[in-house]
Design a protein around this ligand. Structure first.
Ligand code: HEC
Ligand code: HEC
Length: 189
């Protein structure tokens, strides 16, 4: 009888936290990513909270296959199975977007110029009102400025990565990239 009660208590003890915490299965698997992707990380990893799950999954797969260059990221994904990647993507997508706590000051003049350039280039047509993203297109508002500079330059270099930007036929010059990134980083996520 004692053993039965003990078994019941153990079962109950193990079940209750799981039933009440509503943790997504990806949460634990995403812990290893937080060193570089939390809002207060010191490694310059872009913010992933609230990005669309489909977009995230696409990036995981692009890194894994080498289509997107990133040796550090590729090594992160090698040990993860397809199911792990789906769970991690859902976990990040479920989190509310937040601003990086390490945000560096944005030059208001650069941000104003960036607003004009992004408006002329109609970036919001796909990146959504206030650049907060859509169901499939990533949010740019409140993303790390330095990451945005790198990302825009990279997307321009390889036309296969961002067809809409390449379709313009002209590259955004580096000072304008900096201005656009400053503007986007200054927005509420
Ligand atoms: C050692 C630091 C580090 C770790 C650990 C790390 N990342 Fe990254 N990650 C980065 C950096 C730096 C970049 C930006 C580089 C680039 O543009 O490729 C990045 C880029 C990304 C991107 C692209 C974001 C975008 O907006 O397109 C995704 C998605 C991502 N990481 C997911 C993950 C996941 C999931 C994990 C855990 C399994 C992880 N990362 C672990 C440093 C890291
Ligand atoms: C026709 C739609 C469209 C337009 C217009 C557009 N984008 Fe994009 N953008 C996308 C899509 C789709 C992605 C995701 C690409 C992928 O799958 O890697 C993306 C990705 C990005 C990323 C990478 C985000 C990240 O988290 O790594 C940046 C930065 C970006 N766009 C900036 C811009 C800028 C700046 C403009 C204006 C010059 C612009 N985009 C115009 C559709 C668009």
């Amino acid at each position: 009888m004692k053993i039965l009660i003990l078994a019941a208590a153990l079962a109950y003890g193990f079940c209750v936290p799981a039933a009440f915490s509503q943790a997504l299965p990806g949460e634990q698997k995403a812990e290893q990513c937080m060193r570089c992707h939390s809002v207060d990380n010191a490694h310059g990893g872009p913010l992933l909270d609230g990005l669309p799950a489909g977009y995230l999954l696409q990036q995981f797969e692009a890194y894994k296959s080498g289509q997107r260059f990133g040796p550090i990221m590729q090594s992160q994904f090698n040990a993860l199975a397809a199911q792990d990647l789906r769970e991690i993507a859902s976990y990040f997508a479920s989190r509310p977007p937040a601003r990086a706590s390490t945000k560096t000051g944005v030059d208001p003049q650069a941000a104003q110029l960036g607003q004009t350039i992004a408006g002329d280039l109609k970036c919001a047509a796909c990146h959504g009102q206030d650049y907060r993203g859509t169901h499939e297109v990533p949010r740019l508002a409140g993303q790390l400025r330095n990451y945005l500079v790198l990302a825009i330059a990279r997307l321009q270099r390889d036309s296969s990565l961002h067809p809409p930007m390449a379709a313009r036929g002209e590259l955004i010059p580096p000072p304008s990239i900096e201005a656009v990134a400053s503007y986007l980083a200054s927005l509420e996520p």
